[in-house]
Ligand binder design. Structure first.
Ligand code: SF4
Length: 63
């Protein structure tokens, strides 16, 4: 099953992933780190791009 794993320890909360892929990523208000909107995300090219552009390299996409 497709999965996106965010290493919230490494995440800086820069919001790059949210800007690139707002239907998948959000910023958790409590932690100020990235989180997923859905537990069963559809892995699109935009998801891969967001992972590639994450400055902390803390988004892992498993397909
Ligand atoms: S792009 Fe990476 S570091 Fe920035 S908020 Fe998203 S997961 Fe965190």
């Amino acid at each position: 099953m497709a999965e996106i794993i965010i290493d919230t320890y490494q995440c800086s909360g820069c919001e790059t992933c949210v800007e690139m892929c707002p239907d998948i990523f959000r910023i958790d208000e409590a932690t100020e780190r990235a989180a997923l909107i859905t537990t069963s995300p559809v892995i699109t090219d935009a998801v891969h791009q967001a992972a590639a552009f994450c400055p902390e390299k803390c988004i892992e996409v498993i397909e």
